[in-house]
Design a protein around this ligand. Sequence first.
Ligand SMILES: NC(=O)c1ccc[n+]([C@@H]2O[C@H](COP(=O)([O-])OP(=O)(O)OC[C@H]3O[C@@H](n4cnc5c(N)ncnc54)[C@H](OP(=O)(O)O)[C@@H]3O)[C@@H](O)[C@H]2O)c1
Length: 404
Amino acid sequence: MSSVLIIGAGGVGRVVAHKCAQIPEVFSQICLASRTQSKCDQIAAEIRQKTGRRIDTAQVDADQVPELVALIQRVKPVMLINVALPYQDLTIMDACLETGVHYLDTANYEPLDEAKFEYKWQWAYQERFEKAGLMALLGSGFDPGVTNVFTAHLMKHHFDQIDTLDILDCNGGDHGYAFATNFNPEINIREVTANGRYWQDGAWVETQPMEIRRKFDFDQVGEKNMYLLYHEEMESLAKHFPGIKRMRFWMTFGDAYLKHLEVFRNIGLDSIEPIEFQGQQIVPIQFLKALLPDPASLGPRTHGKTNIGVIAKGSKNGQPVQRYVYNICDHQECYKETHAQAVSYTTGVPAMIGAMMMLQGHWMKPGVWNMEQFDPDPFMAALNQHGLPWVDLENDIDIDSLPE
Ligand SMILES: NC(=O)c1ccc[n+]([C@@H]2O[C@H](COP(=O)([O-])OP(=O)(O)OC[C@H]3O[C@@H](n4cnc5c(N)ncnc54)[C@H](OP(=O)(O)O)[C@@H]3O)[C@@H](O)[C@H]2O)c1
């Protein structure tokens, strides 16, 4: 029985709040706080209607450590689930240390003025969390998150050695807009317009954005173009599984999405450099965000499925092995359950499960940790129970020989 404080009332925060509310035996008290309290109140009203449970709400600016500390001291949670933006990770970790509260997030810290996400800032908190007897679980979403746990599961149950790992993220959903992003547009556009990068023999190999493409036939979605990009879980997986020789991350994009991005890029609308506009400083990508549909509004309009998984090749007892573990999630089913589409759902459910792993003691250890550093079994079992069932199959797909 534990009290949790959730920070961030966007698409992911909505799912985390709904899912925690479904398990009162683990999450006995829930407070949802965000910059805009009315968003928390709306989610609280939905939850009351669906489950009959009351959750508390609050307003907080998570960029301000004193505000966070005051809120935590009032709510007195055992742990904090950070599903605000990556820019708030460090202030929230500071507030957790000051108040003696465990921490979890779904995305690694990224400075607001530099499009560069890395774990180094958060890994630097290791000693402080350990000394305080507190735990911080990093990246407990789907990717990062479940993809790290899938890798740990494969390593534990099927391989002595993984030689190559390919992480495949397909969103086959259609929301009917010419262009919209499924989660925070600023974060999303910054991620996909960055150079690609993959891990090969102990070093990163850089590519141009969207330079490498393959056609892949995704189960229950169909054939899609997927593009190699850099993704944050590869940094921690390369560190914790140093035997993996090559690791790549692939994400699907439709042609219309890429055409819009190209135009935004050509005219500088994706820039994070402030410009002067009618006597005011504005950041182009933030202006673009204001024009785009709110990701939280996509839920009712999005049909189709996501398919996200991991293909590993390697050996066990000297014999070659290749396996594919993946989850398929249906946008409309997610919406019926939590008023959010599958991209928010596939992030929010693992955040709730990560918190449950910590509160139930399966994964409780002082320090700062990534998902693959814990026993994958209880987490994998919880995925099956809480809305993200997976399959683990033998497989012989050779991504390198697929058409471009
Ligand atoms: N690991 C994964 O698989 C994965 C996948 C998708 C997303 N994510 C991560 O999940 C997180 C949430 O994504 P989302 O799609 O829910 O984004 P979102 O819809 O933009 O929601 C973010 C929420 O954070 C709140 N917020 C922002 N700045 C704040 C501040 N200074 N103080 C308090 N609250 C603040 C916003 O506040 P208000 O609206 O209240 O103003 C908003 O409700 C992001 O970090 C994203 O990178 C992870």
